[in-house]
Design a protein around this ligand. Structure first.
Ligand SMILES: Cc1cc2nc3c(=O)[nH]c(=O)nc-3n(C[C@H](O)[C@H](O)[C@H](O)COP(=O)(O)OP(=O)(O)OC[C@H]3O[C@@H](n4cnc5c(N)ncnc54)[C@H](O)[C@@H]3O)c2cc1C
Length: 406
């Protein structure tokens, strides 16, 4: 089978690229390892009822380019602002060192720690890691800052370049809130995929071009021939060298792959009567530190989402499912001591480090790797191109970065 372009991966990046090329008149095929499209955008129905759970991306971050990003359809969406207010309406709650932080403490460094990683790092151009920036803070302030960093960047502050936080903040600009889609995130993915040629359920194992054109070989032994290849393989998959490049990738690219970091997230979903009442967001030092309601929680059954990122996710990685459920229960007991009984069936989780086709949640820049996204994004020879969240210099880690090509 001969194509102008073979795109590897049917996540947001692969579908957006294939769509652009198809609209430009190119003969394109998308090869996907899993038996579904979407990659790290994954709307699941774990209870086989109408309750949807977003195991991957949940919001669309607002930025100047948001309309460029979603030009094909105005999906119904609502704006949410994470204001960090302690008010009586929607409530943020912070539990550190055995007690809830009060609204009065939401200032100074504690206020910065609880507001955003950008606020933690400040507007200077610091070298080193985020942990270096906060090393003289009180232990409680450091805990609050670490919880924020792990909730956003999915990495221990010691492994996150402070400079990369400053440059991300410049790209996003002033915080403008996020969009929550009124329906499932998969609707965006379905629209991107509409009428594209996509082959599911067969991982690519080799991309070879000793002589023109390139040959792409899958696990099932299918061969695709193309003049150009776009790889949207997640950074975790590239790090694991799960796909053979022949000839091998350039040394510079391989070094960039090794230097960039792939953070991890264990995402949790609890089905229950909304015992969390007016909670908007809670964070803590529990095994599952961060919690928020999945959507509007009215009467009846709803979903509470939990998040362990970075170090917290790493601590769960070696545990059995039974023990992870034990840790989830322990976190719930600490933060919501009066919650009603929850059966094991009402507790679901997804550990992204165990996902063979992403091997982690999303990328980050460790100290010293600030130039590596650019290296990763550059074409390797004139026929092999790279896309995906880890390659985007301005909006990495997000669906925005995966979809935008610039
Ligand atoms: C828990 C979590 C929460 C997130 N929350 C948000 C959020 O709220 N907002 C936001 O904007 N972003 C969020 N993100 C990040 C966002 O989901 C990703 O940045 C984005 O979806 C990445 O898209 P991609 O196309 O680059 O990669 P992917 O979606 O990972 O696509 C790559 C595809 O390649 C496939 N693949 C892998 N190996 C092979 C192979 N050998 N052969 C063929 N195919 C292969 C994979 O199966 C996958 O489908 C979140 C991510 C996670 C994990």
């Amino acid at each position: 089978m001969t194509f102008d372009v073979v795109v590897i991966g049917a996540g947001a990046a692969g579908l957006a690229a294939a769509r652009l090329l198809r609209d430009a008149g190119k003969k394109v095929v998308v090869l996907e390892a899993k038996d579904r499209i979407g990659g790290r955008v994954w709307t699941a129905y774990p209870w086989r009822d109408a309750l949807a759970v977003e195991w991957g991306a949940q919001v669309i971050h607002d930025c100047d380019e948001v309309d460029k990003l979603w030009p094909i359809k105005k999906w119904p969406r609502t704006k949410v602002y994470w204001k960090g207010s302690f008010g009586r309406g929607k409530e943020f709650r912070y539990f550190f060192d055995g007690r809830w932080i009060t609204g009065d403490e939401n200032r100074g460094r504690m206020g910065m720690a609880m507001t955003s990683t950008e606020a933690i790092v400040g507007r200077c151009e610091p070298n080193g890691s985020v942990a270096d920036v906060i090393k003289d803070w009180s232990l409680r302030e450091q805990h609050a800052a670490a919880a924020e960093v792990e909730a956003v960047y999915a990495v221990d502050p010691a492994h996150l370049s402070a400079q990369s936080v400053v440059s991300d903040a410049k790209s996003w600009g002033r915080y403008r809130g996020d969009y929550r889609l009124a329906g499932p995130y998969e609707s965006v993915i379905r629209d991107l995929a509409d009428s594209l040629q996509i082959h599911l359920g067969d991982p690519v194992v080799q991309i070879a071009r000793r002589v023109d054109p390139a040959k792409i070989i899958t696990h099932a032994g299918c061969e695709y021939v193309a003049r150009n290849v776009i790889s949207t393989l997640p950074l975790g998959v590239l790090k694991a060298r799960a796909v053979v490049f022949d000839p091998p990738l350039s040394q510079g690219r391989q070094e960039a792959i090794e230097k960039l970091g792939m953070g991890n997230v264990v995402k949790v979903a609890i089905r229950a009567q909304p015992f969390w009442r007016n909670l908007e967001y809670a964070t803590s030092r529990c095994s599952i530190p961060t919690w928020w309601p999945a959507g509007s929680s009215g009467p009846g059954t709803a979903v509470l989402m939990g998040w362990a990122g970075g170090k917290s996710a790493k601590a769960l990685a070696g545990l059995s499912s039974r023990n992870i459920i034990g840790e989830i229960r322990r976190s719930l007991r600490t933060l919501f001591p009066n919650h009603p009984q929850i059966s094991d069936d009402d507790i679901k989780f997804w550990n992204w480090s165990k996902d063979e086709f992403s091997r982690g949640a999303y990328s980050h820049v460790p100290p010293g790797a600030e130039a590596c996204r650019k290296t990763l994004a550059a074409p390797d020879r004139n026929w092999l191109h790279f896309a995906g969240e880890a390659t985007h210099e301005r909006f990495p880690m997000t669906v925005t970065g995966a979809v935008l090509h610039d």
